[in-house]
Design a binder for this molecule. Structure first.
Ligand SMILES: Nc1ncnc2c1ncn2[C@@H]1O[C@H](COP(=O)(O)OP(=O)(O)O)[C@@H](O)[C@H]1O
Length: 201
């Protein structure tokens, strides 16, 4: 479990390492994660720590990110993830959390790893951090208000809308799409549809 001292130590380290803009975003994600934890009955301290650390590797050069990710995941990550700082920084943050801050909480570590790509199956904290990253107070993009509203109503519906928003953005910007995200989005959609069908019979 995490106490105030742990959180202060993490905040100080991040403030020293990140740009003011990135640090503000990190504080926003931690605050949004706390609110979602309260809403969905999850431990607030664990949500706050995961929110604080999700971008701990964001400003590290790609080659260092790759070494950090290898320290926790070996050669198990898709080559597309390994080649992109956008996709890799969450996986690299796992090693920073473990080695620099002594974090062993598997749910916190999974939430860091999957906050950009999502995963085929995500637990509550993974969903909270994935969403908090979109809806934190400093974010301003088309559709953010709808995402904030959905996040209050239903976690899965909001995560699905988060995936869709990123995919739509990448298509509009004519950017490469890592297909793992599409598979993760489809797996969630299928589980939601099965749950709905079961509720109807
Ligand atoms: N499937 C994907 N394929 C390619 N780029 C992606 C994919 N998913 C997310 N991204 C991009 O990765 C970047 C980092 O996203 P994210 O980690 O959610 O934000 P942040 O690091 O600001 O918290 C964004 O520019 C996003 O568009």
């Amino acid at each position: 479990m995490f106490g105030e001292t742990d959180k202060i130590k993490i905040r100080q380290a991040l403030q020293a390492d990140l740009t003011p803009h990135r640090y503000r975003h990190v504080l926003g994600v931690a605050a949004a994660a706390c609110r979602l934890a309260t809403r969905y009955g999850y431990d607030k301290d664990r949500a706050e720590v995961a929110g604080l650390l999700h971008d701990a590797a964001k400003q590290i050069p790609l080659t260092e990110m790759q070494a950090l990710a290898r320290a926790s995941f070996g050669n198990s990550l898709a080559s597309e993830i390994m080649a992109s700082d956008n996709l890799l920084h969450g996986y690299a943050a796992v090693t920073i959390a473990r080695e620099r801050f002594g974090i062993v909480d598997e749910e916190v570590l999974a939430a860091l790893a999957h906050h950009t790509t999502g995963a085929l199956q995500m637990g509550v904290l993974e969903k909270i951090i994935f969403l908090a990253d979109y809806i934190e107070v400093n974010r301003d993009f088309e559709g953010v208000q709808k995402l904030r509203m959905l996040a209050e109503k239903d976690l899965d519906t909001a995560v699905l809308a988060g995936y869709d928003s990123t995919l739509q953005h990448l298509i509009t910007a004519q950017q490469h799409i890592y297909v793992g995200t599409v598979a993760n989005r489809n797996a969630l959609l299928q589980r939601m549809q099965e749950r709905k069908r079961r509720a109807e019979v």
